[in-house]
Design a binder for this molecule. Structure first.
Ligand code: CAA
Length: 257
């Protein structure tokens, strides 16, 4: 049983994971990260889980790496940091991952947001990479993913000054997909996740992979991948079902085949 997470079993194909370290504003301790990576591995293997939501509390999604834990780590400890592999497992999750964010998403918290595919933010959310205030830089993708998400000038401003931005600014910059009233953040994320969970699983999986290719490869490689994936899906039962359901004016029943 994880001690830093609240995990709801999948309902309607959606698993909800709540970061729960209220005494430290959900600071991402090594233990919490390990638990999160393990939960995502379990969700990856579970055929009933079609989408996952990660959320925090109203005050904080996550206030970054655990600074007190960082204080105890020397250079050798950093070179052998187990958190690196936890982060890699989190970033490699292949099913749709939605972050529902209220309050602070700082440092590692903002980096966790950027591992998600879709980000629903309450209007009270604040995103930042304050590591520079500690004499360090982001260490879990914050320089690389932030620049890709918001472009160079804003990424530079956030990382070099440590200043956070609010939810509206994050929306305008492309860091989040939608802003809601703070009390509706999780509900809206559930709505989106349930809609995704009802789609054809193979198509969802390949759509995510194809979209991520657009970030990581050149256009020609990405277009080739898209064409292969599109062709592959032509052989699935769910494609036949989707088209037949449209013609028969009824909801499709997708089986993941
Ligand atoms: N690590 C450990 N504990 C933390 C924490 C963190 N990142 N953030 C908050 N806490 C703890 C505080 O120490 C405090 O504990 P006590 O009550 O025992 O003193 C408790 O959570 C509540 O926090 P505050 O009293 O500070 O709450 P606030 O409302 O006054 O301020 C805040 C909120 C602005 C988020 C402030 O807590 C803060 O600046 N936190 C640190 C943010 C930060 O620097 N994050 C980056 C970490 S480095 C990193 O993430 C590296 C990476 O890339 C992986």
């Amino acid at each position: 049983m994880p001690s830093n997470l609240l995990v709801q079993p999948p309902a309607d194909g959606v698993r909800l994971i709540t970061l729960h370290r209220p005494q430290a504003l959900n600071a991402l301790s090594t233990e919490l990260l390990a638990e999160l990576a393990t939960e995502l591995d379990a969700a990856e293997r579970d055929e009933h889980t079609r989408a996952v939501i990660i959320t925090g509390s109203r005050k904080a999604f996550a206030a970054g790496a655990d600074v007190n834990e960082m204080a105890e780590r020397d250079l050798v400890g950093i070179l052998n940091d187990p958190r690196v592999s936890h982060w890699q497992r989190i970033a490699a999750f292949s099913k749709p991952l939605i972050a529902a964010v209220n309050g602070y998403a700082l440092g590692g918290g903002c980096e966790l947001v950027m591992c998600a595919d879709i980000v629903i933010a309450g209007s009270d959310a604040r995103f930042g990479q304050p590591e520079i205030n500690l004499g360090i830089i982001p260490g879990a993708g914050g320089t690389q993913r932030l620049l890709r998400a918001v472009g160079k000038p804003l990424a530079m401003q956030m990382v070099l000054s440590g200043e956070a931005i609010d939810a509206r600014h994050a929306l305008q910059a492309g860091l989040v997909s939608e802003v809601t009233e703070p009390e509706l953040t999780v509900e809206r994320a559930l709505q989106v996740a349930r809609a995704i969970a009802a789609k054809a699983p193979l198509a969802v999986r390949l759509a995510k992979e194809a979209l991520l290719k657009a970030q990581d490869t050149d256009l020609a490689t990405g277009l080739r991948f898209e064409r292969h994936a599109f062709t592959l899906l032509a052989g699935t039962a769910d494609r036949n079902e989707g088209i037949r359901a449209f013609q028969e004016k009824r909801p499709a029943r997708f089986l993941g085949q």
